[in-house]
Design a protein around this ligand. Structure first.
Ligand code: MG
Length: 405
């Protein structure tokens, strides 16, 4: 059985900060790759792999995936944090890749075989106003997307007021825009009223709140959106306030998707077992890899909840491929978030999933079916911008209070 000989990291695409893990075995040519990307703490994750998990696992059997996962999970004593989970997630994906290559089977076959022919995705439609948004939604529907996410502008869009439209403290520092819950409650239901009046109730729509609202306003928004019969509303609450899902459930039937910020089983377990959400949205790498996420999918199955693994602009093709394998093999799959890559980005990842007509297609190669071309990957890295500090964009209310994303 193959032993782990080396675990190393490949930094690529920056800005955008992708981190690919390569687990190399003692068998000639046998290695696996995984995704450990973290847009804001790339080198912290890299250090966790190079200085902690890598040295722990070198010399062990690559095929003992569950045992390696359990051992690595508690190796730092404290656990369930974002950095360590991502490091573990990247290594775990690579071990599944190796296992598939050894078996001569794609990972989705190892997970039980495909439950569906391809992976339906939801698109990201957006616009600065209702006309732009409607055009974008129509474009995605024509492309064949089964579900379309509808947003007005950036994170929190629909809730921004110009500073002069608000009441601000005299000495408040300058701000480009102010987030306002009541503006959001006014504009987002109107957005769906417009889309339903123009496109009817045939298209399936979602909306992402990006956790911006105060919890009592989140309850109100869920209720206000009920007449528009959404596929789901996403991240209506921040992870600190998930207890409010009980109140949302008591008030309305708007389906709830939650969890792209989750890293800890204690965050998603009660929401699934109490049936307080309808779709769980952990990022596969942040959920500590295929090993833990397939358990989440199984837990979902017993409680009638579905998966909608998180993707989005800062994710890489390897994480997407790991999600696709889970999507294909999980009965509790609901929908997959889309991601778009530039042609030169896809060229650096031969075997990547193929997005066509709103569906993602895997291939039948052994393992994850995706590889990294290190020379091409190196060309995606801007050596200056890759090592500059990077932070999540910050929104504030009129009085200057930070809004949690
Ligand atoms: Mg989201």
């Amino acid at each position: 059985m193959a032993k782990i000989r080396e675990i190393r990291c490949i930094r690529t695409r920056a800005p955008g900060n992708w981190l690919i893990v390569k687990v190399i075995t003692d068998q000639p040519g046998l290695y696996g790759i995984g995704s450990a990307s973290d847009n804001y703490n790339t080198d912290t994750v890299k250090a966790a792999i190079e200085h902690s998990l890598g040295p722990l696992l070198v010399g062990r059997d690559a095929g003992h995936i569950e045992d390696n996962w359990q051992s690595a999970y508690t190796s730092g004593y404290w656990r369930n944090g974002s950095i360590f989970n991502t490091a573990l997630g990247g290594i775990d994906m690579a071990l599944w890749d190796i296992k598939g290559k050894e078996a001569g089977l794609p990972v989705y076959q190892l997970l039980g075989g495909p439950c569906r022919s391809a992976v339906p995705c939801y698109a990201h439609a957006g616009g600065r106003d209702l006309t732009e948004l409607e055009d974008d939604v129509r474009r995605y529907l024509e492309e064949g997307y089964p579900v379309v996410r509808c947003q007005l502008g950036p994170y929190g869009g629909g809730g921004f007021l110009a500073p002069e439209q608000t009441s601000r403290p005299r000495h408040a520092p300058p701000q480009e825009r102010c987030f306002d819950d009541e503006a959001y409650l006014e504009n987002i239901p109107k957005m769906f009223a417009h889309l339903r009046s123009q496109l009817g109730f045939g298209p399936k729509f979602t909306h992402d709140v990006h956790e911006h609202l105060r919890p009592h306003n989140a309850v109100q928004l869920a209720k206000l959106l009920e007449p528009y019969r959404l596929f789901f509303v996403e991240d209506i609450l921040p992870p600190e306030q998930v207890a409010w899902f009980r109140l949302i459930r008591q008030q309305c039937t708007t389906p709830q998707a939650m969890g792209e910020l989750f890293v800890n089983p204690h965050e998603w377990t009660p929401l699934i077992t109490e049936r307080l959400i309808d779709y769980v949205r952990v990022r596969v790498s942040k959920g500590a890899g295929i090993t833990q996420c397939r358990k989440i999918a199984t837990l979902c199955e017993w409680f009638g909840v579905h998966t909608a693994w998180q993707e989005g602009g800062d994710n890489d093709p390897v994480n997407q491929m790991a999600a696709v394998h889970l999507d294909l093999a999980s009965w509790s799959f609901g929908i997959q978030e889309e991601n778009h890559f530039r042609p030169e980005e896809l060229e650096a990842f031969p075997g990547h999933a193929v997005l066509d007509g709103g569906h993602l297609y895997a291939n039948d190669r052994p393992g994850l079916g995706i590889d990294v071309d290190e020379e091409k990957a190196a060309l995606l890295l801007d050596p200056v911008r890759a090592y500059q500090p990077r932070w999540m964009a910050e929104d504030r209310r009129a009085d200057g209070t930070v809004v949690r994303p």
